[in-house]
Design a protein around this ligand. Structure first.
Ligand SMILES: [Zn+2]
Length: 103
C-alpha cells in the first residue's frame, strides 16, 4: 500500500468504521501523514458514544423499514424518505443525549 505522499505505508491504516457502506481502508507511511490526510478530508473519528447512537438509530431505521415493508430506497415515497431521515437523525441525537446524561 502506498501513502498519499508516494512512500510505502508502514502499517498506519484507517477505516471509517462508523460508515458500514464505506469498506475502504486508507494506508499511510506515518501517523503524521494519517493525521494530515484526516484533517484535509475533514474526517473526524466519531466518539464511542456517537458510534453507539448511530448503531441504535440504524436499528430503529430497520424497524421503520420493516413497518412499511420496504427495503429498496428507490421505491420510497417522499414522505417515507423524510420519515426515515427523521428516524435516523432523531434517534441518533436523542441517544447521544441519553448516553451523555447517563454519566
Ligand atoms: Zn506519507
Amino acid at each position: 500500500m502506498i501513502c498519499w505522499c508516494g512512500r510505502q505505508s508502514r502499517g498506519f491504516g484507517w477505516h471509517n468504521y462508523a460508515d458500514a457502506f464505506d469498506k475502504k481502508y486508507y494506508w499511510f507511511c506515518s501517523k503524521s501523514h494519517l493525521n494530515i490526510w484526516k484533517k484535509k478530508n475533514n474526517m473526524i473519528d466519531p466518539t464511542k458514544n456517537e458510534v453507539e447512537a448511530m448503531i441504535f438509530a440504524g436499528q430503529m431505521a430497520g424497524e421503520y423499514m420493516q413497518e412499511i415493508n420496504k427495503t429498496d430506497l428507490a421505491t420510497f415515497t417522499k414522505d417515507e424518505w423524510l420519515t426515515l431521515l427523521k428516524v435516523i437523525y432523531g434517534n441518533t441525537t436523542q441517544k447521544i443525549a441519553e448516553i451523555e446524561t447517563r454519566k
